[in-house]
Design a protein around this ligand. Structure first.
Ligand code: NDP
Length: 347
């Protein structure tokens, strides 16, 4: 399959989100044109301002309901590739449908629109998640062959009573499955192919429009509350965690997944490595001078206790190294940039 090259136009869905704004920025910096989709013109205002120096290389389209048949029929016209990031990510959903509906139907809608009207589309990259790979409680090294059947089972058996985590995990797993199923059924009729990225927890500085800590996206909020709010129990800090990746490396991965021929037809785990939450507290305290002097002293938790902790989840990233070969930010770099951003915001 042909891949994209500088000057091509990429549709980025959910362009106002934590990850997506970095994705848009990365494409623009590399010389691509971007059409960003948002749910309302209001939600796109800050993007217009942020990327105004790119002139007509950045445009916005409003797609009010991504689950409506034909939602993206107009948005896909004239683009060379699509990065589909829009999907709800919160862990306290009351119902299964509020997550699975937009995750699954949003994904199939964009693929259908691309099949119908995306004559110029060469590749679609979908922002899936390690949520669709990992099964909580299983100690193995997870690879791209693994699927989170456990979350689907929990949601099937317990419905709205399933845990918030299972609802979100199931939404991502079912959405990714739906994407591959659609592609397999239609690949002989479409000119594009599919690549899927599976990041674990994504952390990093914020450039999207956030009014305050309370409206931070899920992963950034968890990081903030762990590193800056004192009093987390030792057991939580030294046994709980996951794997992680810097948001700027996720953005780079989206570009590479569209540029690298070998990414076509692949789901790819992108992860810097594992963490327990104490590691981030240690990283914050290791920085001198502190990037956030307004928070002196920072919470210290249980210094060094993370170093001997068992990694909560381990992913095999051999495929990423072979195909994308990302240069990951370190925990210290990511921590420094997040804290410097918090300081500027007065958080
Ligand atoms: P954000 O909450 O910051 O952004 C989510 C984006 O999806 C927003 O543009 C949001 O639009 C849109 N969206 C949410 N719900 C709906 C809906 N019902 N209909 C249409 N659009 C919707 O989250 P992230 O940037 O963190 O997440 C982006 C993607 O990355 C998601 O697919 C998520 O699952 C995935 N991901 C995130 C990880 C992380 O740690 N952050 C880890 C792994 C994967 P609006 O602002 O209008 O609500």
């Amino acid at each position: 399959m042909p891949t994209i090259s500088t000057g091509d136009k990429v549709l980025v869905t959910g362009a106002n989100g934590f990850i997506a704004v970095w994705v848009v920025r990365k494409f623009l910096e590399k010389g691509y044109a971007v059409r960003g989709s948002v749910r309302s013109a209001d939600k796109g205002k800050f993007l217009k301002e942020m990327f105004k120096s790119y002139g007509d290389k950045f445009e916005l389209v409003v797609v009010e309901d991504i689950t409506k048949e034909g939602a993206f029929d107009e948005a896909v016209k004239g683009v060379d590739a699509i990065a589909h990031t829009a999907s709800p990510f919160y862990l306290d959903a009351a119902s299964v449908d509020e997550l699975i509906g937009p995750a699954v139907n949003g994904t199939t809608c964009i693929l259908k629109s691309a099949a119908k009207n995306g004559q110029g589309v060469k590749r679609i990259v979908i922002t899936s998640s390690c949520a669709s790979v990992v099964e909580v409680g299983n100690d193995k090294v997870f690879t791209e062959k693994d699927w989170n059947e456990l979350a689907i089972k929990e949601v099937k058996e317990q419905g709205d009573e399933a845990s918030g985590l299972a609802k979100y995990f199931a939404s991502k797993t079912l959405a990714e499955k739906a994407a591959w199923e659609f592609y397999e059924k239609n690949k002989s009729d479409v000119k594009w192919d599919l690549a899927v990225l599976n990041p674990p927890f994504v952390f990093g500085p914020i450039i999207h429009d956030v009014k305050g800590v309370d409206s931070l996206n899920t992963s950034a909020r968890q990081w903030h509350d762990t590193v800056l709010v004192d009093g987390k129990p030792k057991d939580f800090l030294t046994t709980q965690g996951e794997s992680w990746i810097d948001v700027r490396d996720v953005a780079e991965a989206h570009v590479l997944a569209l540029e690298k021929e070998a990414a076509g037809g692949e789901r790819i785990i992108i992860s810097e490595g594992s963490f327990v939450w104490q590691d981030w507290i240690d990283a914050a305290n290791s920085l001198s001078p502190s990037p956030i002097p307004s928070h002196t002293p920072l919470p210290v938790g249980y210094p060094g206790a993370g170093r001997t902790a068992k990694p909560p989840v381990v992913y095999d990233t051999a495929k990423e190294k072979r195909i994308l070969d990302l240069k990951y930010h370190t925990k210290e770099e990511t921590t420094r940039d997040i804290l410097a951003d918090f300081e500027k915001r007065g958080w």
